[in-house]
Design a protein around this ligand. Structure first.
Ligand code: ADP
Length: 165
């Protein structure tokens, strides 16, 4: 597991993980950035998928992105409810499951739900790292390279603390 500080749309890996909304038809934040760089074919493919539930993940091609695929996951809008951490952990697990089902071996995550969706950064980071660790432990036979893409130094510091780096 590694930390990258910068824009996820520059990463050349098998899949980048988009913090999408349930329509999958584009939005602001990282979603807007991914659609801008991928080009209009991405939304055309997304239209054929008919949305995604919170905690689930769906895959498309990456089009003009350096990444081959985009895995779109929908994080919870932070509410303080007990279901928030369960749904957020599910985003990481389902994204990794979808990556494996498609034979992918490198994946970069955005910090799902920590922007407009308002999840407190420290809690979200702990959930992200624990969910990825759990998946790696449950899939010891599979080679998966994991990057946590942090758009700001503040986010990177939170990951570094949780990863003990
Ligand atoms: P959400 O609605 O799930 O909160 P946001 O896109 O608002 O999604 O924010 C999720 C995280 O993505 C935030 O930490 C934000 O700083 C980060 N982010 C925004 N743009 C980019 C980008 N181009 N590359 C990587 N991360 C980004």
């Amino acid at each position: 597991m590694r930390i990258f500080v910068g824009d996820i749309t520059t990463l050349n890996c098998d899949a980048i993980v988009n913090a999408a909304n349930s329509s999958l038809l584009g939005g602001g934040g990282v979603d807007g950035a991914i659609h801008r760089v991928a080009g209009p074919k991405l939304v055309e493919e997304c239209i054929t998928i008919h949305g995604c539930e919170t905690g689930d993940a769906k895959i498309t091609l990456g089009y003009n992105l350096p990444a081959k695929h985009v895995i779109h996951t929908v994080g919870p809008i932070y509410s303080g409810d007990n279901s928030d951490p369960i749904k957020l952990a599910s985003c990481y697990k389902r994204s990794l499951d979808v990556a494996r089902e498609n034979g992918l071996h490198s994946i970069a995550f955005s910090a799902i739900s920590t922007g407009v969706y308002g999840y407190p950064l420290k809690a979200a980071t702990e959930i992200a790292v624990n969910a990825v660790r759990k998946w790696l432990n449950e899939n010891p036979d599979y080679d998966m390279d994991i990057t946590f893409c942090c758009f700001s130094q503040r986010v990177a510091d939170a990951y570094a603390e949780v990863l003990n780096m």
